[in-house]
Design a protein around this ligand. Structure first.
Ligand code: AMP
Ligand code: GLY
Length: 448
């Protein structure tokens, strides 16, 4: 089979890497890809948002299945367009991807179907938003309605910061039309976890749990990024909580979307806040997380192509997941200055040495080839991902490999996975054991 993966990040490298392992895959193309992906796939110079050009390419090359990595083409309706042209594609249609593409749509849906989330109010008028904020207590969270490459969320510690966020989004239009509407939300305390599942709209098949590290500095300090590292499983999600997430979040959301006329197919990702056993949804993403995909796909033993085809064909109930019980850890290496301004084009040293480390895969994100040299080409550059018998072993292996790699200004957090270590030390049941049981659970969506 011929496969095309759309996107160019660490997530897409992990998807290509995993799909390459399928015995039925003969050729993989990636549009546009990166330096690491080009070792496994033919990179095609079409950007992830050039939907018509991607469809033309898929038709010409007789691609059997296109897998869409990032949210922007999904929100733009790439799946609808491919389906209209008779092309097979993995991901939700545009109306279902609105779950990520519009926070107002997402919050209204969750409220209507009693799915737990933070209290909120939405505004199209700046003055009204400011007046509302004046009546609240800090901290508060202000979000753009539309997609803003992960930058449309301000966790405001004071009301002045919340007002400034409204001005940034609605007056200065820092994210264009994405800020035409804003959501002002209750601040939630707790620990975050990422809960991803495959769904064909009827069956919800959860992947193992994972946890991202959003802040740029150790100890979760500093501004939020796209994600500075991730690990799986996330021991904060106990077996009981796992069941609760399936019953109160994942299944009702899939059912709600179907009831609203936007049936969901693809990967559904719930960003959760967990506080003393209480779960609330922070966000939904309509795709694999980045960097969560890297540690998750490293644990997945089942053929990814088989799962994706079952999703597309609506027969996911036939599939169960085989998961490696060993934990995985991904350390993201970033360009100095990220998530602010940073330089591209720095030569990366030590990739070959790092690649020789056992149980480690160096996934590329923002990289490019300059002649024979791999250079930086983005804020998040690499995701050094390791598997180990224990979380500590996976952490050690990932950091040992990362230490081989360098470029001018290279930066990475030194505490990825520490929260899992702290929790594991305090828990009686090994999260790995319960996790491997849970990840094979299939939840059927009851008929409407
Ligand atoms: P979102 O894109 O909505 O998930 O927001 C990005 C990040 O902002 C989340 O991963 C959280 O770290 C933080 N965040 C968003 N909403 C809230 C909230 N209501 N309370 C606390 N933190 C939040
Ligand atoms: N890691 C967060 C995201 O993919 O949105």
């Amino acid at each position: 089979m011929k496969i095309m993966v759309v996107g160019s990040g660490g997530r897409e490298h992990a998807l290509v890497w995993k799909l390459r392992q399928s015995p039925r895959v003969t050729d993989i193309f990636c549009a546009p890809g990166n330096a690491g992906i080009s070792a496994l796939a033919t990179c095609v110079k079409i950007s992830a948002t050039e939907i018509e050009a991607l469809a033309d390419f898929a038709r010409q090359e007789r691609i059997d299945l296109t897998v869409v990595g990032p949210e922007v083409p999904l929100a733009l309706g790439i799946v609808d367009y491919f389906e209209e042209k008779g092309l097979r594609v993995f991901g939700p249609r545009g109306n279902a991807a609105t779950l990520e593409g519009s926070k107002v749509f997402m919050k209204d849906l969750l409220e209507k179907y009693h799915i737990p989330s933070a209290f909120y109010a939405t505004f199209t008028d700046r003055e009204e938003a400011l007046r509302y904020i004046d009546r609240q207590a800090a901290p508060l969270v202000v979000k753009t309605d539309g997609l803003a490459a992960g930058k449309g969320v301000v966790v405001a510690q004071t009301l002045a910061e919340a007002r400034a966020a409204v001005d940034l989004f609605m007056q200065e239009k820092a994210f264009g039309e994405a800020g035409n509407r804003v959501v002002v939300e209750e601040f939630l305390r707790g620990e975050e976890a990422s809960f991803l599942a495959f769904t064909d709209g009827e069956t919800v098949l959860p992947l193992p749990t994972s946890q991202d590290h959003k802040a740029i500095f150790d100890g979760d300090q500093g501004p939020n990024t796209g994600g500075m590292g991730a690990y799986s499983p996330a021991p904060v999600v106990t077996e009981a909580l796992h069941r609760q997430v399936m019953e109160t979040v994942m299944l009702p959301t899939v059912k709600a979307l179907a009831a609203e006329g936007c049936p969901y197919k693809g990967v559904l990702y719930a960003g959760l806040m967990i506080d003393q056993g209480v779960i609330k949804v922070l966000e939904f993403n309509c795709r694999f997380g980045d960097p969560e995909a890297q540690p998750l796909l490293m644990r997945l033993k089942t053929d990814l192509l088989e799962i994706m085809e079952a999703v597309v064909d609506g027969r996911l109930a036939e599939i169960s997941l085989e998961i490696d019980p060993r934990p995985t850890v991904c350390v993201v290496m970033a360009a100095g200055g990220y998530p602010g301004k940073y330089e591209n084009g720095q030569a990366i040293h030590g990739l070959a040495r790092a690649g020789q480390h056992q149980d480690v895969v160096v996934f590329h994100a923002g990289t490019a080839l300059q002649g024979e040299t791999v250079v930086t080409n983005g804020g998040r550059v690499l995701g050094v991902t390791a598997i180990g018998d224990t979380v500590q072993e996976a952490i050690t292996k990932a950091y040992q490999a990362a230490a081989e790699i360098s470029w001018e200004g290279c930066y990475y957090r030194k505490d990825i996975g520490r929260k899992a270590l702290d929790r594991n030390q305090n828990s009686v049941v090994s999260s790995q054991d319960s996790e491997s049981l849970m990840s094979t659970t299939i939840g059927r969506v009851p008929p409407l």
